[in-house]
Write a protein that binds this ligand. Structure first.
Ligand code: GRF
Length: 224
């Protein structure tokens, strides 16, 4: 499947927290490195720093409160339906999860199949979930990293687009490792968005080919 879209690509970002990946994407767009326009930054937490960052850059920000949906048997679907309304209104072509701390339902995943990305601070499929930098250190891994992948219903399970490897040093704590991984995240996510914008990603089953397989999706880094 080809992923070529309009120029600039219309991107929506879902975020729950500090929004440093959102910031990296905003910066890359403003620097002309990514041909995209952020048409909505949506948060499920009112005080998410990500929403502030959006406002600072004059981007449309929206807090969608999960509370009114709580208690309903279909609370997660109902919440995602309201997100879908916003995404449709904004004509979003690509949705980015950037520190979005909610599990998305099949409703959203199917509407944006191969058009929704997530970034995760491990070399998937190792260490899905939370506190993954600590898990990688405790396991004794020599290599950690980050992964940009398309989103499917399984958490952190979708087809892998790009990965960056980050060595684990003997002196690393979860925090120092997380900081070095984050530096790479900030390079990797904009790069994935630009590849999508240029229509250079092709998904076949679980595999994502870049430029028909001529470009590698791996960034290997030296220790620092
Ligand atoms: C990042 O480490 C990302 O990989 C993970 O959540 C964190 C979000 O950080 N999914 P930020 O909100 O983008 O600063």
């Amino acid at each position: 499947m080809s992923t070529k879209r309009t120029t600039p690509l219309r991107v929506a970002v879902l975020a729950s927290g500090r929004g440093s990946n959102l910031q990296a994407i905003i910066d890359a767009i403003e620097a002309g490195q990514v041909e995209a326009k952020i048409v909505a930054v949506i948060g499920n937490k009112k005080d998410a720093v990500a929403l502030e960052r959006a406002r600072k850059h004059g981007l449309p920000d929206l807090f969608v409160d999960p509370k009114p949906f709580a208690g309903r048997p279909d609370s997660r679907e109902a919440y995602d339906r309201s997100l879908l309304d916003v995404l449709a209104k904004q004509d979003a072509e690509l949705v980015l999860l950037a520190g979005y701390m909610r599990i998305v339902t099949g409703l959203l995943v199917n509407a944006y199949a191969n058009r929704m990305m997530n970034i995760h601070p491990s070399l998937l499929p190792s260490f899905p979930g939370l506190e993954v930098q600590k898990k990688a250190i405790d396991w004794g891994c020599k290599l950690a990293g980050c992964t940009v992948h398309f989103v499917t219903e399984g958490v952190d399970e979708g087809p892998i687009i790009l990965q960056a490897a980050v060595p684990i040093l003997d002196r690393d704590t979860p925090d120092t490792l997380a900081a070095r991984i984050l530096e790479q995240e900030h390079k990797l996510y904009p790069r994935a968005v630009q590849l999508f914008a240029e229509g250079r990603l092709h998904v076949e089953g679980r595999r994502v080919f870049i430029d028909g397989g001529k470009t590698s999706g791996l960034a290997l880094l030296s220790p620092s």
